[in-house]
Design a protein around this ligand. Structure first.
Ligand SMILES: NC(=O)c1ccc[n+]([C@@H]2O[C@H](COP(=O)([O-])OP(=O)(O)OC[C@H]3O[C@@H](n4cnc5c(N)ncnc54)[C@H](OP(=O)(O)O)[C@@H]3O)[C@@H](O)[C@H]2O)c1
Length: 242
């Protein structure tokens, strides 16, 4: 397939996990890519031939500066984020601020400063989380931030509709990426916790980077031309379970 021939797409968090998988798939389908993350070497490992931008998406000066250099875009996959576990009372205010910066301020700043770089008819996809839809213990700040990401996608869908720019959020369940590995290692029973993560959805397994990236690519492509303002779970059916 060459759904993205002639399209320029920016991806945050492109140096690993879901973002790396999406980048490689988009390149295979003809996209020209702008890869964003804090670690330049990871971005180069994803796709040596892409444009690489070492940037903290929560740093306003950095994002504003980049917006002056950024070429016109046909799409953005605002995917970077990170989980810091904890309950409301068990999360320090500093950690709360950090989670908000990593997960909500980042995509907000990217949309704020790069909205003018989007061509009319572009598509934007934000990575939320299925735990921004369903409450679970010990992920309080992250869940609240991701719920904000879902609403940001809806608000942008409304604001950008006159330019025919679509904006959607995906809400993945657990995928065994670096982020989840860090969470597992912070507990006392990584293997047991991994098995439990996979057991909560009807399909009884974790998802893969490829399965999540496939949904992002669909939403970025013109074949999703009438889908905007949606928050779509990709979680083995977990969202369907009471
Ligand atoms: N894996 C899951 O189970 C799961 C489930 C639901 C949602 N998600 C979401 O999916 C997205 C991708 O995560 P992943 O699972 O693929 O984990 P990952 O492999 O850890 O990827 C996260 C990426 O985000 C980048 N990043 C983090 N903070 C950043 C910042 N301040 N500025 C720019 N880039 C930043 C990281 O690169 P640098 O460190 O080099 O900046 C990294 O490449 C995240 O938003 C995550 O919350 C994941």
């Amino acid at each position: 397939m060459t759904r993205f021939a002639g399209k320029r797409i920016l991806i945050t968090g492109a140096g690993s996990g879901i973002g790396r998988e999406a980048a490689r798939r988009l390149a295979a389908e003809g996209a020209e890519l702008v890869l964003v993350g804090r670690r330049l070497d990871y971005l180069k490992d994803t796709l040596p031939e892409a444009r690489h931008v070492a940037l903290d998406h929560a740093d306003e000066r950095a994002v504003a500066g980049f917006s002056n250099l950024c070429p016109e875009l046909d799409g953005m996959f605002l995917n970077a984020g990170h989980l810091i576990p904890g309950s409301v009372q068990g999360t320090s205010v500093e950690a709360f601020d950090e989670v908000m910066a990593l997960n909500l301020r980042g995509p907000w700043l990217m949309a704020h400063y790069l909205g003018d770089r989007l061509r009319d008819g572009a598509s934007v996809v934000l990575t939320g989380s299925n735990i921004g839809l369903r409450a679970i213990p010990e992920s309080a700040a992250y869940s609240v931030a991701k719920a904000g990401v879902h609403m940001l996608a809806k608000v942008l869908a409304l604001e950008w509709a006159p330019r025919r720019i679509r904006c959607n959020a995906i809400a993945p369940g657990p995928v065994h990426t670096a982020m989840v590995e860090a969470r597992l290692r912070s507990g006392g029973d990584p293997e047991g916790d991994l098995a439990r993560l996979g057991a909560v959805n009807p399909l009884k397994r974790l998802g893969t980077e490829a399965e999540v990236a496939a949904l992002a690519l669909h939403l970025l492509s013109d074949e999703a031309g009438w889908t905007t303002g949606a928050v779509i779970p990709v979680d083995g059916g977990a969202e369907a379970v009471y």
